[in-house]
Design a protein around this ligand. Structure first.
Ligand code: FCB
Length: 462
């Protein structure tokens, strides 16, 4: 008999308050499938997946978890897991399938039904507007290299906020712009698959501008929602003791963290980027980008070990000092504390959400369940770091685990399983893993603590 896994609710007690939420995240292209249903048109990922060699196992997001058909079952899973927040993203090309500027009501209503179902179960929707699936018709006109895409994004944000309005508690403009820039425009391992330094610089500015313009559109139309952006990254370490590696690590820290955090939180680009980006800037852009955020989401998985790569682009290499997940990412929970300290050292940071954190392991379905102790320990250790930070006064408002379902993991295809719920991609059968059951128990414990009289809660926390 395998021992059942359970989080140590006592040591995590500082998170068991009204000011901290526990949730789960997904993204549209990774789970929805139904890529031609309901009027949806191609995104850059549909196109990217068609090119042989781009996806490790040749899979695509065409079916993925078929969440578009199975969404009610997936809401039931979220209810069973007991989460307070569900972070999901909207497929832009479902809402605007072409450039006519006319909203596809069928696309928008899919998300309206989803948000309303979540709310009816007391789960707060956190909607990401852009989690990498840019409409292909916009890519055909230059995508994020084209300033106009930022304006189209603001229109899309306005349409979503008008359509979903008060059924959404949190809006996130863009997920991980660094990944879009670095992986999508520089190393080419993600859609749109470009390897072009100039394109990467233009995309950086236009993504940030899109964020700022969308913030204005959302503020006007969803005044009661909390608005922010999700950035990502870990602390960067030199791979060896060489000066070249130290230099590469410091370049990566600047590119991954400061190039995005500085304009958003301080209204300026880091000095080492100013001359490159100048050609794309117009008066007023920086003020737009620095629109106040109600929160900053930070996605953290691992630290970076860095050495110089081709053409001066810092290269992230696989470490050997800590256990690795299936992605080849070191399990290094301390890095979360380190990266948040870097942010707090440099900026006036708004309330934070750890908006993604999780791990891929080689899971095996074992009869009715999946034993995944490594994922459980990964989550437990990161929650412990967050608890310590909260106790020392860092304003972190939530932990949102990546992810609900095993899904289409971008260039890795369906081969890397991150879910708290196992998915059989042939039958679409969902089975909650041991880590998912433990997360459900943690959420249930939290709900019990929250329901107890306040005085007693304070007593317990002592
Ligand atoms: C993040 C992405 C998310 C998922 C995880 C593993 O960078 O935001 O979609 O792929 O990595």
């Amino acid at each position: 008999m395998k021992q059942s896994l359970s989080f140590d609710t006592d040591t995590l007690k500082p998170l068991m308050t009204d000011d901290f939420v526990l949730g789960i995240a997904t993204s549209s292209y990774q789970i929805e499938g139904a890529t031609t249903a309901g009027g949806r048109t191609d995104s850059v990922w549909d196109t990217f997946c068609r090119k042989p060699g781009n996806i490790a196992d040749q899979s695509t997001g065409e079916v993925a978890c078929d969440h578009y058909q199975h969404w009610q079952e997936d809401v039931a899973l979220l209810v069973e897991l007991g989460v307070e927040v569900y972070r999901f993203s909207i497929s832009w090309s479902r809402v605007f399938p072409d450039d006519s500027g006319v909203v596809n009501e069928e696309g928008l209503s899919f998300y309206r039904r989803l948000a309303e179902a979540l709310r009816s179960h007391g789960i707060r929707p956190m909607v990401t507007l852009h989690h990498w699936d840019l409409p292909q018709y916009l890519q055909d006109r230059g995508g994020w290299q084209n300033r106009d895409t930022a304006l189209r994004f603001a229109e899309y944000a306005a349409a979503v906020a008008t359509g979903l309005g008060s059924s959404v508690d949190f809006y996130t403009t863009i997920n991980e712009p660094w990944c879009i820039v670095h992986l999508g425009h520089r190393t080419g391992v993600h859609a749109p698959g470009l390897r072009d330094q100039g394109a990467a610089v233009a995309a950086t500015h236009h993504l940030l501008l899109a964020h700022g313009l969308a913030m204005q559109a959302l503020r006007e139309r969803a005044p009661s929602a909390e608005l922010g952006i999700v950035l990502n990254g870990g602390p960067s370490y030199p791979y060896s003791e060489s000066n070249a590696d130290a230099e590469a690590a410091s370049i990566l820290e600047s590119e991954q963290i400061h190039r995005f955090a500085a304009p958003i939180l301080s209204g300026h680009y880091p000095q080492d980027f100013q001359s490159q980006v100048a050609t794309y800037m117009r008066p007023g852009d920086l003020e737009t980008i620095a629109a106040p955020c109600d929160y900053l989401g930070w996605n953290y998985y691992t630290r970076n070990l860095v050495k110089p790569g081709e053409n001066g682009v810092p290269e992230i290499v696989t470490g050997q000092d800590y256990p690795l997940t299936e992605m080849g990412w070191e399990v290094y929970p301390e890095g979360l504390r380190e990266v948040i300290s870097i942010l707090r050292e440099h900026y006036d940071v708004p309330p934070l959400y750890v908006s993604e954190n999780g791990a891929a392991f080689e899971d095996q379905l074992d009869g009715e369940t999946v034993h995944d102790p490594d994922r459980f320990h990964y989550i437990q250790r990161h929650l412990q770091v967050i608890t310590d930070m909260v106790q020392s006064g860092v304003d972190i408002r939530g932990y949102i685990c990546w992810t609900l379902l095993d899904n289409f993991e971008w260039a890795e295809g369906c081969s890397k399983r991150f879910g708290l719920v196992h998915v059989d991609f042939d039958t679409q059968e969902r089975v909650i893993k041991d880590s998912g059951k433990a997360y459900a128990n943690l959420n249930a414990d939290k709900a019990r603590i929250m329901a107890s009289p306040r005085e007693k809660r304070i007593d317990c926390a002592r």
